[in-house]
Ligand binder design. Structure first.
Ligand SMILES: C[S@@+](CC[C@H](N)C(=O)[O-])C[C@H]1O[C@@H](n2cnc3c(N)ncnc32)[C@H](O)[C@@H]1O
Length: 277
């Protein structure tokens, strides 16, 4: 593996932050070094200065930054992650939004799963929707699953998962929505059809501004890799992307209170959720 001096890495860190919003501090520098070294080896480059020059000045369409992004994101995920939060969604927020829409004669439901990784979260939401709302077949329901990592989006489109991804799926859901194929589990077509995979960089202002009319935003375990400023900007975009009365779900450890005061805090049993308006 090529050697990468810290001073060269230090030149790369602000560029990664500016393009991707990802924050690499001292603790994560070893991880970054190994990933950059891997990328340089794939390009058969052994001089770190040449690589940093190339990504800084000879990458007009951002392809090299994208290739690096595919290597430096953390993609850990599994179905039915943070189950209590999903119960608040299934038992309270979803029925509330659906009945308000029904009363207005609006039969659309739009969910944005931002930072979806390989898609387990998006398919979890698809299963929940079909379970709590069987009439969804007569509605226009869409779960937009977006991520910056192109390799992950291929997994979303394949909708095929190993045992680890499905370990927390309740048995009744497995039976109804997944099919066993040798060692894998495949999301059934009717459920998979609710999910659409799209490339989107949360740090791309233009692309973020185009995201509108969502009833729910899920962005769980993504903003932990951002710093306060880029988190705040992303959450502002989420606010604008939501319909009035819509909900945002971040991960357990990610408190929205520090990022925005625009949302209203609501309690459903033991669970606190944030709504727009
Ligand atoms: C740990 S996974 C979270 C997956 C899922 N939301 C969950 O909670 O299980 C974080 C994902 O965020 C994505 N990500 C990181 N930075 C991003 C950015 N700037 N734009 C879009 N996605 C990003 C990564 O590629 C990764 O797949």
């Amino acid at each position: 593996m090529p050697d990468i001096p810290t001073q060269e890495l230090q030149k790369l860190i602000p560029q990664i932050y500016q393009k991707l919003g990802l924050h690499f501090d001292e603790k994560k520098i070893y991880f970054l070094r190994t990933r950059v070294a891997k990328r340089m080896a794939a390009l058969r480059m052994d001089n770190a200065r040449d690589y940093i020059f190339m990504i800084s000045y000879a990458d007009p369409d951002g392809r090299e930054m994208q290739a690096l992004a595919n290597l430096i994101t953390t993609n850990e995920t599994y179905m039915f992650r943070e189950y209590e939060q999903l119960q608040a969604f299934a038992n309270y927020c979803l029925p509330e939004v659906l009945s308000a829409k029904q009363a207005r004669g609006d039969k659309t439901l739009r969910i944005w799963c931002a930072g979806c990784s390989s898609g387990e979260e998006a398919y979890t939401l698809a299963m929940i929707i079909q379970d709590v709302f069987p009439q969804s077949t007569t509605w226009d329901c869409q779960i937009m699953a977006t991520d910056i990592d192109e390799n992950m989006l291929k997994h979303v489109m394949a909708a095929r998962y190993g045992a680890r991804s499905v370990a927390d799926v309740p048995e009744t859901f497995k039976v109804k929505y997944l099919t066993r194929e040798v060692d894998d589990w495949v999301v059934r077509r009717r459920t998979a059809a609710l999910v659409q995979a799209c490339h989107l960089n949360l740090n791309d202002r233009m692309a973020m501004r185009a995201m509108r009319n969502f009833d729910f935003v899920f962005c769980r375990n993504v903003l932990i890799y951002f710093d306060d400023l880029s988190r705040k900007t992303v959450v502002e975009h989420f606010y604008n992307a939501l319909n009035p009365g819509g909900y945002i779900f971040l991960g357990h450890s990610e408190s929205i209170g520090r990022m925005s005061t625009a949302f209203t805090l609501r309690r459903f049993e033991d669970y606190l959720v944030y709504a727009k308006g």
